[in-house]
Design a protein around this ligand. Structure first.
Ligand SMILES: Cc1ncc(COP(=O)(O)O)c(C=O)c1O
Length: 457
């Protein structure tokens, strides 16, 4: 039975477009919305020094606007037919079997990690005080779920060229309490998945890949996000595709669906889709926990959960964005290659450590990462404020060294060796954009202004 028919059966809401009049009206509205898009949201001409050159942003077209409006006309609002469609299309891009959509990449990380604390995993489940190997050079919400679940992040240093984990230190981090490795593919650049997955297999550790910045990156010909137990995605407008706010958890094991979605949907045991009832056929006959037999399954909670479901309008946007993702990924790669060529032609590698990928990696780059070689000569803050004055926007590598962030200083953690390169990144690294909205004009302008700054110091 289709989702629309189920919705009608259980709720009486008519989503089947069988009325000619309403169909015609819908078509007219969408035609007008396309006209509106062309009039108002047309790409504007780039004027150096006047138009902002964002480090990251979204690329939207009239199909995106049409999908948003189409879903709003349903007035279904919560996860519905578009969420269904999106969750079916999304895993195909990664070669995973399942995707559960959620409200953000941070939520996806939290759901993925929390799922590993489920009783389903028996003795191997993650418990209070367990240790999780990660890095401090990155985004805070890759690490936050470890702390939220009362576990201990164990920080390793990173290589300066890739800004990814120094895999040679993995063994030093291993203790009896180590349960998982939780890492992001930094700015779309895959970490060494060969070494990390082998390490996890040999030591019976869970692996979570934070792919929020790495949609479409590959390692050894396989898409990232398909290596670990779970992977996360973000659809915030800065990312490879957008749903406004949004994210997803990817996985291969069907049993994980109930666990991830239980944490996502208030912790409930029931797996009915929104608006449905009695999918299990035993709504009033379960005996669970210490509840009386027959306690309504809709209100039985097998996990201490959240509510992190997306709306159908977000999913509608995600679905039309997905149709363009291959194009977006190719543009990011082309822009990256162009930037690298310009930097090398201009001999800027004398001043900066330029980004490098593992020989087996094929990154779908999120940004062009630059680390100043000699910070006595070039001051990072002066350079980024100069670029800012020229309307070129830059980003730092997020938290820099997370252990030095006010919210994280006093949280229990371990550091293996030292975080020398992480500290260097905190002080001397920044990135500029390669997102698909940028073309050669903008990229040349970035290079020229970096050259101007260097010539004047
Ligand atoms: C690596 C990484 N993980 C997680 C997130 C969080 O995603 P969101 O902003 O959707 O919560 C981000 C955000 O940019 C990120 O870069």
């Amino acid at each position: 039975m289709s989702w629309e028919r189920k919705a009608k059966k259980y709720t009486g809401v008519e989503l089947v477009k069988d009325s000619t009049k309403s169909d015609d009206l819908r078509k007219k509205i969408l035609k007008l919305s396309s006209e509106y898009f062309d009039l108002v949201h047309k790409k504007k001409e780039f004027i150096p020094g006047e138009t902002f050159v964002a480090a990251s942003s979204k690329v939207l077209d009239k199909n995106d606007l049409n999908n948003l409006i189409d879903s709003s006309l349903d007035l279904w609002l919560t996860a519905g037919r578009y969420a269904d469609e999106f969750e079916k299309k999304l895993p195909k891009k990664f070669g995973t079997k399942f995707a559960s959509s959620t409200v953000s990449g941070s939520a996806a990380n939290l759901l993925a990690f929390s799922a590993l604390t489920s009783d389903y995993f028996g003795d191997s489940k993650i418990k209070d005080g367990d240790e999780v190997i990660t890095v401090a050079a990155g985004f805070p919400t890759t690490v936050a779920p470890i702390i939220h679940n009362r576990c201990v992040p164990v920080y390793l240093d990173v290589d300066l060229e890739t800004c990814n984990i120094k895999t040679e230190d993995l063994k030093k981090a291993l203790t009896k309490k180590t349960k998982a490795v939780f890492l992001a593919h930094t700015l779309g650049n895959p970490f060494d998945l060969e070494v990390v997955t082998n390490f996890c297999k040999e030591n019976n550790l869970f692996l979570i890949e934070d792919c929020c910045d790495a949609f479409g990156s590959k390692f050894d010909g396989k898409t990232v996000g398909s290596f670990g137990n779970f992977a996360s995605l973000s659809f915030y407008p800065a990312h490879h595709i957008t749903t406004g706010e949004g994210g997803a958890v990817l996985y291969n094991d069907y049993k994980m669906k109930r666990i991830v979605e239980s944490f996502r949907d208030w912790g409930r045991d029931c797996w009915c889709q929104t608006g449905m009832n009695n999918t299990c056929g035993k709504r009033y006959s379960w005996k669970l926990g210490n509840l009386p037999k027959g306690y309504d399954h809709k209100f039985v909670y097998s996990h201490v959960g959240y509510n992190m479901k997306i709306t159908d309008m977000q999913a509608a946007l995600g679905s039309s964005q997905l149709d363009k993702v291959e194009e977006f990924i190719q543009k990011r790669k082309d822009n990256f290659i162009y930037m690298m060529k310009r930097f090398l032609d201009e001999k800027l590698d004398k001043y900066f450590i330029l980004p490098e990928a593992h020989p087996k990696a094929d990154p779908s780059w999120y940004g062009f990462l630059l680390t100043i070689k000699n910070s006595k000569k070039i001051d990072r803050n002066e350079l980024v404020s100069y670029l800012n004055s020229k309307k070129i926007l830059t980003r730092l590598l997020f938290a820099g060294n997370l252990t030095k962030q006010p919210g994280y200083i006093n949280k229990k953690h371990k550091i293996i060796g030292n975080l020398k390169n992480t500290d260097k990144i905190m002080s001397d690294t920044f990135w500029v954009g390669v997102w698909p909205g940028l073309g050669k004009k903008q990229l040349n302008y970035i290079v020229e202004e970096i050259k101007n700054f260097i010539q004047n110091i």
